[in-house]
Write a protein that binds this ligand. Structure first.
Ligand code: KIV
Length: 265
């Protein structure tokens, strides 16, 4: 990751035709690894409720938990461009409360920008945050914070739905968002949106025509046993590696081969 990545660095890279690469990060070692790997920017996603806190969905994540993890990510990757994911009910209650919480995210967590889920109804919030100097990355398509209302994780942007998403994307661009996350938007709709707006689209499960991609850290490194979402690719078997290492340690202690002479003082 280059020093001092900013919103304008990302815009320039996108304008130069470079694909933008984003990954979620939840802790200092993970953020440091992403920085060493040359990832363009990091998302402290509310997916941390599932990946590191063990919940069934993202709804339980709180502002305090998100700030706690974002501070760790900042310590692990001091020069990274970090996006803070606004958790469920931190921005839905009122415009004032949303601005207050986004301000808290920026002041307390070391984040460079905020992200939240929703449609064109949030354009006024984006305008207010941008006026206040807070870069915003809205998230449309499949909205994990609404799974209880929608009834599950469903692909969006098919048929007439594509026009609804395009209207959201245009409203966000107009309001000053610096990019838009498209989650599980059909490939055709994602391409149409990407071609229709000037700000970068960052896809997850939305096809290769998006200007960039974001993936969940634990999906990429294989931390979840036996489950890889269709939109992801497992690049390692970290979960198995860790279990094997811990099993070897347990075996060595039980057999008396650890600690050995070289581990003693
Ligand atoms: O929380 C998260 O990880 C996200 C990504 C899926 C975009 O919002």
């Amino acid at each position: 990751m280059g020093k001092k990545v900013t919103v304008s660095t990302l815009a320039k890279r996108c304008a130069a035709g470079e694909k933008l690469v984003m990954v979620t990060a939840y802790d200092a070692p993970g953020a440091a690894a992403a920085a060493r790997a040359g990832i363009d920017f990091l998302l402290v996603g509310d997916s941390l409720a599932m990946t590191v806190l063990g919940y069934q969905n993202t709804l339980p994540a709180t502002m305090d938990e998100m700030i706690h993890h974002c501070k760790a990510v900042r310590r692990g990757a001091p020069d990274a461009f970090i996006v803070f994911d606004m958790p469920f009910m931190s921005y839905q209650v009122s415009l004032e409360k949303a601005i207050e919480n986004a301000g808290r995210a920026m002041k307390e967590s070391g984040a460079d920008a905020v992200k939240f889920e929703g449609g064109a109804e949030y354009a006024p919030l984006i305008s207010r945050l941008v006026e206040a100097g807070i870069p915003v990355l809205p998230h449309i398509g499949l909205l994990p914070q609404r799974i209880q209302a929608v009834g599950g994780y469903k692909v969006t942007g098919r048929g007439d739905d594509a026009q609804r998403l395009l209207a959201d994307a245009k409203a966000f661009e107009e309001a000053g968002a610096f990019g838009i996350v498209l989650e599980c938007v059909s490939r055709d709709a994602a391409k149409m949106i990407t071609d229709s707006i000037a700000i970068p689209t960052i896809g997850i499960g939305s096809g290769p025509e998006c200007d960039g991609q974001v993936q969940v850290f634990h999906d990429i490194i294989g931390m979840f046993d036996g489950f890889t979402p269709k939109h992801s690719r497992r690049y390692a078997e970290a979960g198995k590696l860790i279990t094997d290492a811990l099993a070897s340690y347990a075996r060595d202690v039980r057999e008396g081969t650890f600690p050995a002479d070289e581990n003693c003082f």
